[in-house]
Ligand binder design. Structure first.
Ligand SMILES: Cc1ncc(COP(=O)(O)O)c(C=O)c1O
Length: 336
């Protein structure tokens, strides 16, 4: 029985997403590099958030909600996919865009995700802070109360770690799906490489892998906080997700791997290695990454490959979580 079976959910994801070998990268480095294509989940440009939204929206519908409220950075993929999911489910949707990234480029504010959010007709609010998750969530609650006075019923998809992370259930299930693919192909994974932002993906994935009796390291790549803070965040989320599922899987803190080597200069700001990794994968495999999440995650993997740490029989598995719509907000990546 799947660990997530008892939770209300809706179906938003094209699944199973492919698990493919990166042939050219593998040949170049003399090892096997796999990619789990969660950039192909199919919801308005795809990405990891469709798996997470299935559980939030399942609960929203169960509670009789008619409107979704959520918050995120200006180029948030979560916000874009929440709007798409709301439209698919026939719900109203309002989003709050936070001033989190110091970028003045007009494209950052108009192209990519905010363009798509406007195209899908969501009501947009703005929040002047970028590092105040609790405050941002609180404004959503106030808006929900306001809507209630108008006879509406809003469901808040929160951001801060103080809430039960139902979204992480999506990656408990995503990991189960991937483990089945690996077993079916008789592939013994050496290392998983995943992004770690709000930490729902990292937490759910780690739990899902361990619940499948697989002890392969799950290498979390920090995109928002340093490794120490992120490890704490994942540990808190692991406890909360285990509690809500009702399982007793002990994952020691030493098993929570957080790597902040690509974090600088900060959230939403790609460094040279990240830009290099984005161009490398685009030019070697025709696969697109984004500057905030998947580009930084693949950059960590590429650095490992360049160090020559892996052999012919190793299997590295990269979780591609999408985010590619935001490429259009970074035109300087291709400016000579
Ligand atoms: C494309 C992409 N990858 C990875 C992440 C990180 O996922 P999580 O917030 O579950 O850690 C996000 C989060 O917004 C994302 O948009």
């Amino acid at each position: 029985m799947s660990l997530t079976e008892k939770f209300p959910r809706v179906d938003l994801t094209h699944r199973p997403t492919p698990l493919e070998l990166l042939n050219n990268v593998s040949a170049e480095f003399g090892t096997r590099v796999w990619i789990k294509r969660d950039d192909c989940t199919g919801l308005a440009f795809g990405g990891n958030k469709s798996r997470q939204l299935e559980f939030y929206i399942g609960q929203a519908l169960e509670q009789g909600a008619d409107t979704l409220l959520t918050t995120g950075a200006v180029q948030s993929n979560h916000v874009r996919m929440t709007v798409a999911a709301a439209r698919k489910m026939g719900l109203e949707v309002e989003v709050q865009l936070e001033h989190r990234v110091a970028r003045q480029h007009p494209e950052y504010h108009q192209s990519g995700n905010p363009y798509l959010v406007k195209l899908m007709g969501a009501k947009i609010h703005y929040y002047p802070e970028g590092e105040d998750e609790a405050g941002a969530d609180q404004v959503l609650e106030l808006r929900a109360a306001e809507l209630a006075r108008e006879g509406r019923k809003a469901y808040v998809i929160p951001l801060s770690n103080a809430h039960t992370p139902y979204g992480a259930l999506g990656y408990v299930e995503g990991a189960e799906e991937m483990m089945q693919q690996l077993y079916a192909m008789d592939v013994e994974p050496t290392r998983f490489i995943v992004p770690s932002g709000s930490a729902s993906t990292h937490t759910g994935f780690l739990l899902g892998v361990r619940a499948n009796d697989c002890e392969t390291p799950v290498h979390g790549v920090c995109v928002r906080r340093d490794a120490t803070s992120q490890r704490r965040r994942v540990a808190t989320k692991l406890q909360a997700v285990s509690d809500v599922i009702g399982i007793d899987i002990r994952i020691p803190e030493s098993d929570i791997l957080c790597d902040d080597s690509m974090l600088a200069p900060g959230y939403g700001l790609p460094n040279d290695a990240t830009v290099g990794a984005i161009k490398y994968l685009a030019r070697r495999e025709g696969i697109l990454l984004d500057p905030t999440y998947s580009g930084k995650t693949f950059a960590v993997l590429l650095a490992m490959l360049q160090q020559g740490d892996y052999q012919r029989n190793d299997n590295l598995v990269f979780l591609h979580t999408g985010g590619t719509a935001s490429l259009f907000a970074y035109p300087e990546l291709v400016e000579e």
